[in-house]
Design a protein around this ligand. Structure first.
Ligand SMILES: [Fe+2]
Length: 445
């Protein structure tokens, strides 16, 4: 959303486009499997797909029809079933969930009424309606579940049901890129007070001083990660934090999730198909502990969240923070790998047009990038529109991920967007890049 899109008629069209696009993806992800697959729980970490389907509709009804439109609940008896806070994922298959056809019909009914509401909506007055925020929040919610459902597809056993084109090869200059780029020291504006659909944890904008540092030009690749494995990285406690080493041993980690050894080479399972790993592709499905251990092995560290955002947003020519690494324009297929257009990250060094002023590529899209930071509120944070969106998760037990993945839609991806998860999680489309400080500490200087 840019300021020029805030004209009410343009805004109405943008909202309709985002809601419709999200629903097409939801339909594809849930129509591509049979009934049994829809109601089955593929992992205790995930909901049955049919839960996501009705939960998307229930949240849309709650926020748009009831909160914005002032309507009575359509099916109040199902609200508790689809309240993510009442039932953890592991418990959801035991609930009397709507069967697939009923869930689809409910979603269809809600969406019809929402589009009627949108026709007449005025984007002013109550804060929830200002700049169409509630509609934007619901569009983001649905695409976030589209990513969650794609994770379920990746976990699901059985033959492949999803197909997509493959990203093109890396551009000719990818092999000549410097391995790291310098991000100059000094203050920059982190977070936002102006992005219309930014969520509460991205607000408000505030100044942060960041010392100069070097950041990997691209995310760490499968090839580089395989070297860490080959060098005994998983067997050497020197590279792991105490908690990380403990987890590595108890969980029996030896490679990224979905990787296995086939004779002399690594293969991996991707959406129901097994293939040799592609050395040039960003590594994916690693937990924070693995990312952190790799960085230590490489003599480096994970970037802090502030470092990541500064690399992605600061325009040194103006001193201003951009919405995206390439500027303020919305993402497009030429700039970043987003929106499940491909079902994999693009080779490292892709998307030169999407590079940040510092020269780093693929900060937006491809893989979520672990940072070293815990998840906390910015100075001046206030929970909105509900505490459970962010505030209840604040704490060092969660680590922040940045930049979005190939599975995220543009509407839920921007330079300020913050994701968070436990450091043991690896079913998510998570990768990382490493950093090092550019200034030696006084003792070393
Ligand atoms: Fe949700």
């Amino acid at each position: 959303m840019t300021e020029s899109q805030l004209d009410p008629e343009i805004l109405r069209a943008v909202i309709a486009r985002e809601l419709t696009g999200a629903r097409q993806r939801t339909a594809l992800l849930t129509d591509s499997v049979d009934e049994a697959d829809l109601v089955r729980q593929h992992s205790p970490l995930m909901s049955p797909l049919v839960w996501d389907l009705a939960h998307i509709a229930n949240q849309e009804e709650l926020w748009l029809l009831r909160e914005v439109g002032g309507r009575e609940p359509m099916r109040p008896e199902i609200d508790p079933l689809y309240d993510a806070f009442e039932h953890p994922r592991s418990e959801r298959p035991t609930l009397p969930l709507l069967p697939p056809e009923e869930a689809r019909a409910y979603g269809h009914e809600v969406r019809g009424r929402v589009l009627d509401l949108l026709e007449r909506a005025r984007f002013s007055g109550p804060r929830l309606l200002g700049d169409g925020f509630a509609f934007g929040m619901i569009a983001q919610h649905e695409v976030q579940h589209d990513e969650t459902m794609l994770i379920t597809h990746q976990i699901r056993a059985g033959s492949a049901v999803l197909t997509a084109a493959a990203p093109g090869p890396a551009p000719a200059d990818a092999l000549r890129l410097p391995p790291e780029v310098l991000v100059p020291g000094g203050p920059f504006t982190m977070g936002t007070s102006t992005e219309p659909w930014a969520l509460d944890n991205e607000r408000p904008a505030h100044q942060v001083d960041v010392a100069p540092f070097f950041l990997d030009t691209t995310p760490v690749t499968c090839g580089a990660y395989a070297e860490f494995i080959a060098d005994g990285g998983y067997d050497d406690p020197r590279w792991w934090t105490e908690a990380g080493w403990d987890h590595r041993q108890r969980a029996g980690l030896f490679a990224p999730l979905y990787w296995s050894r086939d004779g002399g080479q690594w293969t991996r399972r991707m959406f129901g198909q097994t293939e040799p790993i592609r050395p040039e592709e960003p590594v994916m499905h690693v937990c924070w502990y693995e990312a952190d251990a790799y960085a230590r092995w490489a003599g480096r560290r994970l970037p802090t969240e502030a470092e990541w955002e500064k690399a992605a947003r600061l325009d040194p020519a103006t001193g201003l923070s951009r919405r995206y690494p390439w500027g303020n324009a919305d993402p497009s297929a030429e700039l970043a790998n987003l929106g499940q257009q491909f079902l994999r990250p693009a080779p490292a060094g892709s998307y030169p047009g999407g590079a940040a002023p510092c020269g780093a590529r693929q900060l937006i899209g491809d893989v979520w990038e672990w940072t070293s930071s815990g998840f906390g509120p910015y100075p001046g944070f206030s929970a909105w529109p509900y505490r459970e969106y962010s505030e209840v998760f604040f704490g060092p037990e969660y680590k922040v991920l940045r930049g979005g993945s190939f599975a995220v839609s543009a509407v839920a991806c921007r330079g300020t967007f913050r994701n968070w998860d436990y450091p043991i999680r690896r079913q998510i489309f998570s990768g990382f890049r490493t950093a090092r400080s550019a200034v030696l500490s006084p003792e070393l200087a």
